[in-house]
Write a protein that binds this ligand. Structure first.
Ligand code: SF4
Ligand code: MG
Length: 338
């Protein structure tokens, strides 16, 4: 598999200031605190975690909507974080985003036609009649009636608006799309349609997706691989099936225990693991392993030493000290911890 995007030690810290006149940095929100992973060409990588874990920030930092605090994002051999603005602008056409709330992300004063045409104009990909033709073609591709080209976003339903957002993302003929919870604001009945559309477009245009969602169930069917984040850190990353069958990180194990088994024929044997406490603040993340305050298996070392995110099994990456000390698993029943 060819790597399309290589992310190395990506950090996104937001400074917290005090004082109006002499602003002094007093703290930092460590929204994303050192991620290293690859995204393969043509895959859908699902990125999952609770709200506030840094997944949206990661998505935006990867396509340089945010300037990362540290780290590298290598896209087709170029480190995007080091590119001069002009060259970054040129590459932007390859890197697009689909937003959670299509309504908030569409300019209400622009017609659908103008919204979809904008990336073509910005990147000088077409002009005049060609733009009109391509806009209508794109509308058709995403399942919108091209006769509605002069209508405004408010004249469409939520699902149709997300189709407009998708058409706009496709307009610059990108290679890589970050989809930030593209279906969570939509009615359940519409969600599957949008997922199917994204899947078809991926095949047709050879797209690579980073698909962000807040729960595992939402990414299960669309993802080739799944990455799980917790408090600004990567907990686990592997093939989707593998993640469900063999979760290695205690946080993933807990998440999966909460996913309902869809087949009624299968007898429910999985016991739910209920994590204690709340997610700590990224202003003051716990020492060592950031999950240690809630982990049923936590032991001394976890408080002192941050586990390295490493390949524990073939293609299966995890950040947990249990990889070195697997026998510690045997003595703990995570469903009975308190
Ligand atoms: Fe739990 Fe320790 Fe593994 Fe962190 S390193 S997930 S605290 S066992
Ligand atoms: Mg696919």
């Amino acid at each position: 598999n060819k790597v399309l995007v290589k992310i190395e030690n990506l950090k996104m810290h937001f400074p917290v200031y005090k004082g109006a006149l002499f602003r002094k940095e007093v703290n930092r929100v460590k929204a994303v605190d050192g991620l290293t992973f690859d995204i393969y060409e043509g895959e859908t990588l699902g990125l999952v975690g609770e709200s506030g874990c840094g997944k949206s920030t990661t998505g935006r930092a990867v396509i340089q909507l945010y300037e990362p605090t540290d780290g590298a994002v290598v896209f087709e051999g170029c480190d995007l974080t080091k590119l001069p603005p002009k060259e970054l602008h040129r590459l932007r056409r390859d890197l697009q985003m689909i937003f959670q709330d299509p309504y908030a992300s569409l300019n209400p004063r622009m017609t659908v036609g103008d919204i979809i045409a904008e990336p073509m104009k910005v990147h000088k990909l077409a002009s005049g009649k060609d733009i009109q033709r391509e806009v209508q073609e794109l509308m058709d591709i995403v399942g919108l009636d091209p006769r509605f080209v002069r209508r405004y976003p408010h004249e469409f339903s939520g699902g149709q608006r997300q189709r407009i957002g998708i058409a706009r993302a496709l307009a610059s003929k990108p290679k890589f799309i970050v989809a930030d919870e593209p279906i969570s604001a939509l009615d359940v009945s519409i969600q599957a349609q949008i997922m199917n559309l994204m899947d078809e477009l991926q095949d047709e245009f050879g797209l690579t997706y980073l698909f962000i969602a807040h729960d595992l169930a939402a990414v299960r069917h669309i993802s080739d691989r799944i990455a799980v984040m917790y408090l600004g850190n990567m907990a686990e990353l592997c093939d989707g099936e593998e993640l469900y069958e063999n979760p290695l990180h205690p946080y993933t194990e807990a998440l999966i225990s909460a996913v309902p088994i869809p087949d009624p024929e299968v007898e429910e044997t999985r016991e739910r693991i209920v994590l204690q406490g709340d997610v700590p603040s990224p202003l003051n993340p716990p020492s060592g392993c950031v999950f240690h305050t809630r982990c049923p298996y936590a032991f001394d070392r976890c408080k002192k030493e941050k586990p390295v995110f490493q390949e524990a099994e073939d293609g299966h990456f995890v950040a947990c000290h249990l990889i070195d000390e697997p026998e510690r698993r045997e003595n703990v029943d995570p469903t009975k911890s308190s």
